[in-house]
Design a protein around this ligand. Structure first.
Ligand SMILES: [Fe+2]
Length: 195
């Protein structure tokens, strides 16, 4: 079996296990920990997921990060992406409106966690660095922001594909206001059946 076939087989097996975990246990902090552990097992296959396979945008591009779609069900559920970044990349505090799990393959991605304040803003309550084998998991209403400086490759998995999430909110500190997160502008197809 060649490397690409093996990668697709490992992705399929991982997503099958994750569907099963969600079916059996629903969406809870505990089940998301299990999903995270299963994704970490996939991330351990560094030989199948490299920055050469999933290159970030070229230096000088408008974006410093892009997403590769690795798997998505016909009904748009269980969407797995590889996120490749090169340089400084960040997001404001935002929610996902579906569950989300991030696990590192290469490089460091700082995640900050927030609570909403009664004044309508956000307050940081902790942080965690996503790197090889380590990850973070979020329920639909949980808030986080991402901060990258350098080359990174990691898995981002969502209960529902990003193009289907029309009500993701992010916080604008200057205006103390929330706005709808715009759709990601650089998602590249990397599924077996679409290659
Ligand atoms: Fe996010």
């Amino acid at each position: 079996m060649d490397r690409m076939q093996e990668r697709h087989r490992e992705i399929e097996a991982t997503v099958a296990d994750i569907r099963e975990i969600e079916k059996r246990e629903g969406v809870t902090r505990e089940s998301l920990e299990k999903i995270k552990a299963r994704l970490a097992k996939l991330a351990a296959r560094k030989d199948l997921f490299t920055l050469e396979d999933f290159p970030p945008p070229q230096p000088g591009s408008a974006r410093t990060s892009c997403l590769y779609r690795l798997s998505e069900d016909a009904d748009h559920r269980f969407a797995l992406y590889a996120n490749a970044a090169n340089g400084t990349y960040g997001t404001p505090a935002h929610n996902h409106t579906t569950w989300a799990v991030i696990v590192g393959i290469e490089g460091d991605e700082l995640n900050r966690f927030y609570d909403r304040t009664t004044e309508g803003g956000v307050r940081e309550k902790g942080q965690h660095v996503v790197r090889q084998g380590a990850g973070v998991a979020f329920l639909p209403d949980d808030l986080h922001s991402i901060h990258i400086d350098g080359k990174t490759l990691n898995f981002h998995m969502y209960g529902l594909a990003l193009e289907q999430l029309h009500r993701r909110e992010y916080y604008k500190p200057k205006e103390n206001a929330w706005a709808v997160f715009p759709a990601h502008s650089d998602i590249r197809e990397a599924r077996a059946a679409h290659a």
